[in-house]
Ligand binder design. Structure first.
Ligand code: BES
Ligand code: MN
Ligand code: ZN
Length: 497
């Protein structure tokens, strides 16, 4: 899908479809007013007749209006003026693209920026691009008859007044972010028998081939043994698939600048291991590599936009399966950091692969390290499917990530990393145990990771509730690619000043 932005008069716009807003109560948006005037009040008449209520996220498609150059006009309900929440704005954009995809229009011109659909112009552009991309996304690569490619190919965001020059840049960044989300969704939705650790490594290698700015290194199990990654290797023990540790180094600026390191959990299937999970919905544990997928998606996005920043993606990836060779509850392993871990539950495996990847990340002399993981079911209980859980050992970093989440409408919520929770990880036989009991499960998981991240500024995102949707809408969301990419864009911006 192509995106552009320009100033234009709605009635003169030669387009397959012009999209304008109508408020509840019948007030026309400025762009709708311009169309109404050119079409001899056809719009205000049909609003008066009750054909378009203006209720939030409703739509009405009109054909060949007199005096209007576009073939179609799509009216979109904006709800009550002054009551546009971010939730309503996103729903309105989704409704508009879903209606557009129901027409044969190849291109469309949207007047959504002037309406300020909720927030500032940059916010609206980002959400409109994400909604457009989402509306044509299908996870059907493995169906024998995949859906036909969408006809909608080109979107113009039009404004009545001259658009600010900075918006072009924001539009390009949003498009690159949407492409990154698409990659993350596609990888997430692939089943565990296709998307193996080897497959993820091949995808990373392909990304390195496509972008000269990214250098890929893939470590195998022998390399990890040499590095002393006893914790990571304990998780892959029951699997026939070889584990991989992928490093992706993106150089967007002088090498003297320390990189931001993103570490993504890449469990391509989590059965729980010997602490086997119950059967219901176990298929969804193919999504346990969505942290890794978000790192791949974010790396692709920043490479596509040529961001002037150094970033490293690190992906520890393996399967968690039971077998005669699998790690057993009670087993004690030595992590790369030298700390020993008593594995009381083999289903708390994410932290076991992440701790070694976090220790390994020190080799990049990082400015900041952020790990992203579908880490705990408890996070879904705490925050549902709306916010990702956020932890940090530096409050400024936490604030920056929360702000990036707001900007990209991919929000996180901070939880405490207080010392008071640490004793829950005490073990009688090793330096720590890998679980802290049911109470505060998301926090004790973060506390476990914090024991491996003392040498640098660090944040942890628990995306167990946000990386995919269950039920009828089952599918990966591409989150938190928008949050991560926005954070990196902001960091590149402050580095420039
Ligand atoms: N991948 C799961 C977390 C998860 C569960 C994410 C359900 C999304 C939905 C993780 O490896 C896990 O199994 N965590 C355990 C930890 C527990 C044994 C301390 C959990 O959350 O039950
Ligand atoms: Mn698990
Ligand atoms: Zn897991």
């Amino acid at each position: 899908m192509e995106f552009s932005i320009k100033q234009s008069s709605p009635e003169k716009q030669r387009s397959n479809c012009v999209v304008v807003g109508v408020y509840e109560g019948g007030k026309l948006s400025p762009a709708a007013q311009a169309l109404d005037k050119a079409a001899k009040h056809a719009l205000s008449e049909l609003v008066e007749r009750g054909d378009m209520s203006g209720k939030s996220a409703t739509t009405l498609l009109l054909h060949k209006l007199p005096g209007i150059a576009a073939e179609r006009v799509l009216l979109v309900g904006l709800g009550k003026a002054g009551e546009l929440t971010s939730k309503a704005s996103v729903e309105i954009l989704h409704a508009a693209f879903s209606a557009l995809n129901g027409t044969p229009a190849k291109d469309a011109t949207l007047y959504v920026i002037d309406e300020g659909v909720g927030k500032d112009a940059a916010w609206v552009i980002r959400q409109a691009v994400f909604a457009a991309a989402e509306s044509v996304y299908h996870a059907d690569s493995l169906k024998s008859k995949p859906a036909k490619a969408a006809t909608l190919k080109s979107i113009t965001f039009a404004t009545l007044d001259k658009p600010a020059a900075a918006l072009k840049n924001i539009l390009e960044q949003a498009a690159a972010t949407a492409h990154g989300m698409e990659l993350a969704k596609t990888l997430g939705n692939l089943p565990g028998n296709v998307c193996t650790p080897t497959y993820l490594a091949a995808k990373a290698t392909a990304l390195g081939k496509a972008h000269k700015s990214i250098k890929i290194t893939v470590l195998g199990e022998k390399d990890m043994q040499k590095l002393g990654m006893g914790s990571f290797l304990s998780v892959t023990q029951g699997s026939e698939q070889p584990a991989k540790l992928i490093a992706m180094e993106y150089h967007g600026t002088d090498k003297k600048h320390k990189p931001i390191v993103l570490v993504g959990k890449g469990i391509t299937f989590d059965s729980g291991g010997i602490s086997l999970k119950p059967g219901a919905e176990m298929d969804e544990m193919k999504y346990d590599m969505c942290g890794a997928a978000s790192v791949l998606g974010t790396m692709q996005a920043i490479a596509e936009m040529g961001l002037k920043l150094n970033v490293v993606g690190v992906i520890p990836t393996c399967e968690n399966l039971p077998s005669g060779k699998a790690t057993k509850p009670g087993d004690i392993v030595t992590s790369m950091s030298g700390q020993t871990i008593e594995i009381l539950n083999t289903d708390a495996e994410g932290r076991l692969i992440l701790c070694d990847a976090l220790t390994y990340s020190k080799k990049f002399d990082p400015d900041t390290v952020i790990d992203i993981a579908t880490l705990t079911g408890a996070c879904v209980i705490a925050l549902g499917n709306v916010a990702s859980g956020l932890f940090s050992n530096e409050d400024k970093l936490a604030k920056e990530l929360l702000a990036a989440g707001e900007q990209a409408h991919d929000r996180a919520w901070q939880l405490p990393l207080w010392e008071d929770y640490q004793p829950l990880l005490d073990s009688n036989f090793a330096d720590m145990q890998n679980i802290g009991g049911r109470a505060g499960g998301t926090i004790t998981a973060a506390c476990f990771l914090s024991r491996f991240t003392k040498d640098y500024r660090w944040a942890h995102l628990d995306i167990a509730g946000t990386a995919w949707k269950s039920g009828k809408e089952k599918g990966a969301t591409g989150r938190p690619v928008p949050l991560l990419t926005q954070y990196l864009i902001n960091r590149a911006q402050t580095a420039k000043q």
